[in-house]
Design a protein around this ligand. Structure first.
Ligand code: C5P
Length: 326
């Protein structure tokens, strides 16, 4: 019964992650290219952390059975174990940087290019799993990683030759967009592995771990906001209904990632996000006048095929699967 329940959560979380990923890429792009007063990306990231913290505190209280017990267990985990809480500082800081970089990337690249480039995080996740945690990858998985890099390169080159059509865009820089996306890929790989190791290496629940994560992300997020905007600007300047929807979408995505890491694994997460690319590419053609070239299509096909090849698992072997788990 418990297994069936866990399986339902696993597949449901993967479907929701796919839809969320596709929607987030497109929505971020749309929000950053409107001609109305521009909101601060750092403020949006900070607000997403506030929402995640509130939701996770509520979930911990529900898990504990009462408000008093919930708050007591938060104190016992977060305050009374300062060393453990400090260890969560690493992904907290990294995720704040990553989320800000993704906004920079979405401001400078079209939605589809941004999505495909960000898939390089599968490669960086493998890199950290192998070189930091000593995981072993099979030959075809290395081949798949090569295909992935080639696919992203094709997409990048095709986007350089594709004229930008929208007139509302702020000045864009492909170099800044790609640099931000690539840095976010490295952060995603490392922070993902680090968090999964912490989650699976202790009995602390996923929601409690996220309370720790968000609590520490708040000061980091606030500092990032203060550094990125002058003291004169209002925190919520430019926050209309669409920006709030985007903030909730990003916060929800973070919570879904936490569930996917707990109930599924990195391979399945890769499948979910690869499907998100297809959805976002097709939608991008209609929404942003994105021109689909043969080179872009080939690159996207390579990226998606590589993700499937990477996750290929011969029936009898359990090794590959476990080699990707942290
Ligand atoms: O793209 P990637 O899978 O690395 O995205 C991770 C996202 O999920 C980040 O925005 C991060 O803030 C969020 N996250 C979270 N809680 C976790 C793990 C990730 O909010 N436990």
């Amino acid at each position: 019964m418990l297994k069936t329940n866990n399986n339902s959560i696993k597949y449901l979380s993967l479907v929701v992650l796919t839809v969320q990923n596709a929607a987030l890429g497109l929505s971020m792009r749309y929000a950053r290219t409107r001609s109305i007063e521009m909101f601060s990306a750092a403020a949006a990231v900070l607000m997403a952390e506030v929402i995640k913290l509130i939701v996770c505190v509520v979930l911990v209280i529900l898990e504990s059975g009462s408000t008093r017990k919930g708050l007591q267990s938060i104190k016992a985990t977060v305050v009374d174990q300062p060393y453990d809480t400090l260890k969560i500082c690493v992904p907290s800081l990294l995720y704040i940087a990553q989320n800000n970089l993704l906004y920079i990337s979405a401001s400078n690249l079209d939605a589809a290019t941004y999505q495909v480039t960000y898939q390089l995080k599968i490669l960086t996740t493998a890199f950290f799993a192998v070189f930091v945690l000593g995981r072993v990858l099979k030959k075809w998985q290395w081949f798949a990683l090569g295909l992935l890099a080639l696919g992203v390169a094709l997409v990048q080159l095709s986007s350089n030759s594709t004229p930008t059509v929208s007139t509302n865009m702020q000045e864009q820089s492909k170099v800044i967009g790609f640099s931000a996306a690539l840095t976010a890929c490295f952060i995603s790989g490392f922070a993902g592995i680090y968090f999964e190791k912490m989650l699976k290496g202790s009995d602390i629940s996923v929601w409690m771990r996220n309370v720790q994560l968000s609590l520490l992300s708040l000061p980091f997020g606030a500092i990032t906001y203060m550094l990125s905007s002058g003291s004169s600007s209002r925190l919520l300047a430019g926050f209309d209904a669409f920006v709030w929807y985007l903030v909730v979408l990003q916060a929800g995505g973070g919570l879904i990632v936490a569930v996917v890491v707990k109930y599924a694994d990195n391979i399945l997460k890769g499948f979910a996000t690869s499907l998100a690319i297809v959805i976002s590419c097709v939608a991008s053609m209609y929404i942003f006048d994105f021109i689909l070239t043969a080179q872009f299509s080939l690159g996207t096909c390579l990226v998606i095929s590589s993700i499937f090849l990477y996750g290929y698992e011969p029936k009898k072997s359990e090794n590959i699967h476990s080699s990707l788990k942290v």
